[in-house]
Ligand binder design. Structure first.
Ligand SMILES: Cc1ncc(COP(=O)(O)O)c(C=O)c1O
Length: 386
């Protein structure tokens, strides 16, 4: 407990919350019997809710069979997951590199693009977040997160979303990869314009640049379809996945086209834990539930409900600039910093939400969130902003 209390020094512990002992659905239970409404699904990972029975069973069953297997040997669990992924991955994203987190998927993407076209330049977007390791950091916009570690990969540029002329200038014959989130999560729940991303894809094709989408936060039903970009008329060469794929278990993956696959050869990249049988079994269980219960459609419906209830409750509230999002990516953009209101949600209402940028109060609840939980969250937001 001493080490936990003193912290790693890299994040601010939430004061006054006793340690969490267990969780179910959208509820966290602490060691003192307190209950917390988790409207974050732990950064969006517990997409089916905490301790979904199918996820728990997959962990228990697979743990008793085989948890670790050398990457070069086929495993039943990995074959099953790759089969299920092939059913849901859009376009010709026919190949998958499995890893353990979102950041690792981004790193792999940057490396694979270099192998594909032999170039070094990178273009990403203002407001983007792609992770915190040195490669991923070089495409992450927030200067507070990135600047202390510069120079990083170099040859990077950040374009302003919406400005196609500028994009045309920034993406050149020296650019290796362009990368974007269809809906920027950490940057402020900014839903990107489909036409802008279509233009980005077109420019990439014209100039031989790899077009990559980061669906780490948006993927696996979060925005109301299995992957956010499918309904935007886009066909990425590379797509990063993580968060929802593991339903709470750490895992990530990079999906890519045959055109990228042909540039790879054995040994160019690897991961000790990537594609381990335990993670794969969980991924399969998550995909089964998402597909069988059409959870993405449910996320679309509940997201609309959340936004409309919030709009009604916050109507005429002078602190609110905009309510936005897609599916169950939800943000309330305030005219001031959101930190104190996030603190009040926790301290006064036992509701856990997230920041996005400086001013956005963000929620990424489990895709199984109930109307009652939405009502409680909206009432709490309205109260702290009153
Ligand atoms: C869009 C996006 N990309 C990348 C990452 C990094 O993923 P991870 O924390 O799993 O490494 C995140 C995490 O929040 C994210 O939201």
């Amino acid at each position: 407990m001493e080490l936990e209390r003193s912290g790693a020094g890299t994040w601010i512990p939430r004061r006054g919350t006793p340690p969490i002992a267990r969780a179910e659905g959208c509820t966290l239970y602490d060691v003192e019997g307190g209950e917390w409404l988790d409207m974050t699904a732990s950064f969006g990972v517990a997409c089916l809710g905490h301790c979904d029975p199918a996820v728990v069973k997959a962990v228990q069953d697979q743990a008793a069979k085989v948890m670790a297997s050398p990457i070069g040997l086929y495993t039943e669990a990995r074959a099953e997951l790759l089969g299920k992924l092939s059913q849901i991955l859009p376009g010709d994203l026919n190949h998958v590199f499995l890893c353990n987190s979102g950041t690792e998927a981004i790193e792999a993407g940057i490396k694979f693009a270099r192998l594909k076209n032999g170039r070094r330049g990178i273009v990403s977007l203002k407001g983007s977040f792609h992770g915190r390791t040195l490669g991923a950091l070089s495409v992450t916009w927030n200067p507070k997160i990135r600047k202390p570690f510069e120079p990083i990969l170099g040859d990077g540029a950040f374009a302003s979303p919406g400005d196609i002329d500028q994009l045309n200038e920034l993406i050149t014959e020296e650019t290796s990869i362009f990368i974007a989130e269809p809906v920027q999560g950490e940057g402020g729940v900014n839903v990107l314009d489909a036409e802008y991303l279509q233009a980005a894809e077109r420019i990439c094709r014209e100039k031989g640049v790899v077009f990559m989408l980061d669906e780490i936060q948006t993927g696996f039903g979060r925005t109301g379809t299995m992957f956010a970009h499918s309904e935007m008329g886009l066909s990425p060469d590379l797509m990063a996945m993580a968060k929802g794929l593991g339903g709470g278990f750490p895992m990530g993956g990079l999906a890519y086209t045959p055109g990228i696959h042909e540039a790879l050869s054995p040994g160019v990249h690897g991961s000790t834990f990537g594609g381990n049988p335990l993670a794969c079994a969980v991924g399969s269980a998550v995909i089964d539930v998402l597909v069988e219960e059409d959870i993405p459609a449910r996320a679309a419906k509940m997201g609309d409900l959340l936004r409309s209830k919030a709009a009604a409750a916050l109507k005429d509230n002078p602190k609110v600039r905009e309510i936005r999002g897609k599916g169950l990516m939800f943000g309330v953009d305030l005219r001031e910093k959101s930190a104190k209101y996030l603190g009040a949600l926790t301290a006064e209402h036992n509701v856990i939400a997230l920041p996005a940028g400086q001013t956005v109060l963000r929620m990424l609840p489990a895709l199984t969130v109930t109307e009652d939980e939405i009502d409680r969250a909206v009432a709490a937001i309205a109260d702290v902003l009153s």
